[in-house]
Structures are given as structure tokens and as C-alpha cells.
Design a protein around this ligand. Structure first.
Ligand SMILES: NC(=O)c1ccc[n+]([C@@H]2O[C@H](COP(=O)([O-])OP(=O)(O)OC[C@H]3O[C@@H](n4cnc5c(N)ncnc54)[C@H](O)[C@@H]3O)[C@@H](O)[C@H]2O)c1
Ligand SMILES: [Zn+2]
Length: 385
């Protein structure tokens, strides 16, 4: 994908990215102020004019009324299921509670779930949709930057377990994704930055032009410029769609989307999926670790890795493991978490490394010593175990 020649959208422009997957194809509609007209976009996809909205307490307080009003204006009936906010909601207990509530409300085979929230709500709702009555339709209305650029597209759904992240789940594509960038105006800066890490991921793994665009425009994306946000979401979704279409079930190139995630998931597992380190922060750190590992192995130049570090400084992404009261970071413990992750194949860890900015590849050819050295480098002295 070449992005540099394209102009950013005007603030009121709506973009559409198609995800062509045969019978499972769908559109991702991206724009500002879309929630007010969500009903109009949703209606054509419904077999029956009744949906189950699944959301979290924070999103419900801020935006539920607008969604409900737009459904009412299209005569779409709804039941609403509100869950606690945060990563710990994406677990077996909340999944089981949600399934019971959906059955109690008689959400039927020909009805549809609407995942209205961030990646936590999207992953959980998608998995619930994939298993309720052996699978019912679902629509994503992602409300965080991370979920708009990543988790709402591509059909990975699932929940975390005490053995690791996303270990129970299904590939299950939505019928429609509505990404309203105006919803990001209420998102705390910390979550904007976490989502930005996944935006940057697309540049780093496969699109040098987009990386360049981000060096110039990344701060506008973070600071809330609507046109820049629409453009960044569109370019990210297009990059993800291009990869998903080549490899829907992750037997090859889709693994590149896990850049930073082998490290990142280990950090998340150690912290325990609370608010102390959110997914995108783990990814930001993980990408930097993958890049430093690539540099130490002589795969990428130190100029490239310095350049990316400067961009991290420019936009304010984490560059060292944060000091968290209850955590004493230890490289060996983090390595053990990595072996619990699902990216372990016959006892070998799989890493996505970089040959250059915009050129990632998959390898198992990494020594434990190298990984431990990198992990150790990222632990501040005062936080060592
Ligand atoms: N399925 C995939 O392909 C995929 C890809 C990337 C990440 N993920 C998953 O996504 C999850 C992280 O997603 P996330 O970062 O969106 O987390 P999240 O869903 O927990 O949202 C972050 C916080 O923002 C709040 N929030 C949401 N929208 C808001 C808004 N508009 N205004 C104010 N607050 C708002 C939420 O209540 C929550 O507290 C992780 O579980 C990760 O594993 C999945
Ligand atoms: Zn991610």
C-alpha cells in the first residue's frame, strides 16, 4: 500500500475500506459523527429489527444514549448489556455471565449483537456471538483508537485465561464495522497513545511511506485532529485488511501483525491484565524490544532503531518498563510468560523482527540469551527483582 501520495480526508469525509473475504466480506466505515446515524448504517444488515448492545460502564455513560436514539429512529429494538470496563472483563467469568444474560433476554439466532466499546468489549462480544446458538451475527462499533485500527477488523475474537491472553477464542468476522473517530474525543490520552502504538505498528511492519506520514502527522492524530484521525484509521484498517485477506486464519503473513506482541503479551501477563499496563503500552514496549533485538542481531541498522526511538520520544510512547508498585520485573519470569503464549511452536518462540522500517519478518532463530539481554535492558534499575 502506498499512502504518501494520498491526501488526508477533510473532517466531514467518510471513508470505507472493504474486507473482501467471500461470503464473510464486510465494510469498515470510518468518519466523524457516525454514531448519530449508526441505525441507518446498521439497519440493512439486520435480519430481524432487534439487536443486543454489549458495552462497558464507561462507554455507556458517555455514548449509549446517542446509539440508542439512532436505533430508535430506525425502529430497531434493542436490549442493552452493560459490563465493567477494563481488561479483566475479558475472562471466562464475564463471558459466562454475558451468555446467560443473552439467553435470558432471548437473543435469537436471527438477531444481532452490537459490540459497542474498545477491544475488550469487541473481543468478548465477538466470541459470545460466535458461540451463542452456534453463531449469530455481530456488528462492531469500536470506541477506542486501538479497536478502530486493529481489534474490530479481522475477526479474531476471544478471552484471556490465567494461562495467557486470548487463549480461548474463535475467528469470527463481523457484518459491519462503524468507526466514528469523534468518539475518540472522550478517550483519555493514555488510551489514545496505546492505540497509536498499533497504528505505528502498520508503518513499522510493512509500510515505510505510512511510517513517514506518522513522523509528520502522528502528533495531530494523537492531539485530536479529525482529518488526521480519519486518515490514520483508514490507512491502518486498509493495511490490516490487506494482510487478513491474504491469510485470514494466520498460517503465514498475518503473524506480522503480532510485531511487538510476543514481548508485549509477556509484560501484560506479568502485570496481570489490570490497568497498570494496558495492551497498547505492552505493544509499544514490545515493538521497541523487537527492534532492539533486530539491531543486536545485525538485522536493522542502529540509525533506523534510533529514528524510531526519536519518534517514540516525540509522541510520548513508553520506552522502558514502568515502575509498578507490586511488580519486580525479572527477565527470566518474562521469558517464562513468553513460553505460555500461543505463539510457541514445538518449544520454540516465534518473533517478528525487522530488517528495516517497514520490513518485518517471522523467525524462530533467536537465542534465549539474546531475548534475556533485551528484556533486562528495558528494566529500570530501581524496578529490578
Ligand atoms: N481481536 C484483535 O485482533 C485484537 C487486536 C488488538 C488488540 N486486541 C485486544 O483489545 C484489547 C484492548 O483494547 P482497548 O485498548 O480498546 O481496551 P478497552 O476496551 O479496555 O478500552 C480502554 C478503556 O477505554 C474506555 N473507553 C472506551 N471507549 C471510550 C471512549 N470513547 N471514551 C472514553 N473512554 C472509553 C474503556 O471503558 C476502557 O476503560 C485487549 O484485550 C487486546 O487483546 C484484540
Ligand atoms: Zn495488539
Amino acid at each position: 500500500m502506498s499512502t504518501s501520495a494520498e491526501k488526508p480526508a477533510t473532517p466531514d469525509e467518510t471513508a470505507c475500506v472493504s474486507v473482501p473475504l467471500g461470503k464473510r466480506s464486510y465494510d469498515v466505515i470510518i468518519g466523524g459523527d457516525l454514531l448519530e446515524i449508526a441505525g441507518r448504517h446498521i439497519a440493512p444488515h439486520l435480519r430481524k429489527k432487534r439487536v443486543g448492545i454489549v458495552t462497558d460502564e464507561t462507554v455507556a455513560k458517555l455514548h449509549l444514549e446517542t446509539l440508542q436514539a439512532s436505533l430508535r429512529s430506525e425502529n430497531i429494538e434493542f436490549e442493552t448489556f452493560i459490563l465493567p470496563a477494563g481488561e479483566s472483563t475479558k475472562d471466562l467469568q464475564h463471558y459466562s455471565d454475558l451468555m446467560n444474560r443473552l439467553l435470558e433476554a432471548r437473543i435469537g439466532r436471527d438477531e444481532c449483537l452490537v459490540a459497542f466499546g474498545g477491544g475488550v468489549i469487541g473481543d468478548l462480544t465477538g466470541f459470545a456471538a460466535s458461540t451463542l446458538r452456534r453463531g449469530i451475527d455481530f456488528i462492531q462499533i469500536p470506541t477506542t483508537l486501538l479497536s478502530q485500527v486493529d481489534s474490530s477488523v479481522g475477526g479474531k475474537t476471544g478471552i484471556n485465561t490465567s494461562y495467557g491472553k486470548n487463549l480461548i477464542g474463535a475467528f469470527y468476522q463481523p457484518k459491519l464495522v462503524l468507526a466514528d473517530v469523534s468518539l475518540l474525543d472522550t478517550l483519555p490520552r493514555r488510551d489514545i497513545l496505546a492505540g497509536y502504538a498499533e497504528v505505528l505498528k502498520y508503518g513499522l511492519l510493512g509500510d515505510f511511506d505510512f511510517y513517514n506520514w506518522l513522523e509528520t502527522n502522528g502528533l495531530s492524530v494523537i492531539d485530536g485532529d479529525t482529518a488526521s484521525r480519519i486518515y490514520a484509521v483508514k490507512a491502518s484498517v486498509q493495511a490490516k485488511a490487506d494482510i487478513v485477506v491474504k491469510d485470514e486464519f494466520e498460517s503465514g503473513v498475518r503473524a506480522h501483525l503480532n510485531l511487538g506482541h510476543t514481548f508485549g503479551h509477556a509484560l501484560e501477563a506479568e502485570v496481570g491484565y489490570g490497568g497498570d499496563l494496558v495492551h497498547g503500552e505492552g505493544v509499544a514496549l514490545g515493538m521497541l524490544m523487537a527492534m532492539e533485538l533486530s539491531a543486536q542481531m545485525g538485522l536493522i541498522t542502529s540509525q533506523d532503531s534510533q529514528r524510531v526511538r526519536s519518534h517514540y520520544s516525540q509522541v510520548g510512547l513508553l520506552q522502558a518498563l514502568p515502575i509498578i508498585k507490586k511488580i519486580k520485573w525479572e527477565a527470566e519470569t518474562l521469558l517464562r510468560h513468553m513460553y505460555q503464549d500461543k505463539k510457541v511452536d514445538q518449544g520454540k518462540l516465534t518473533f517478528i523482527l525487522m530488517k528495516a522500517i517497514g520490513n518485518a519478518f517471522t523467525t524462530q532463530d533467536v537465542t534465549t540469551e539474546n531475548v534475556l539481554r533485551i528484556l533486562d535492558q528495558f528494566i529500570p534499575e530501581s524496578a529490578k527483582g
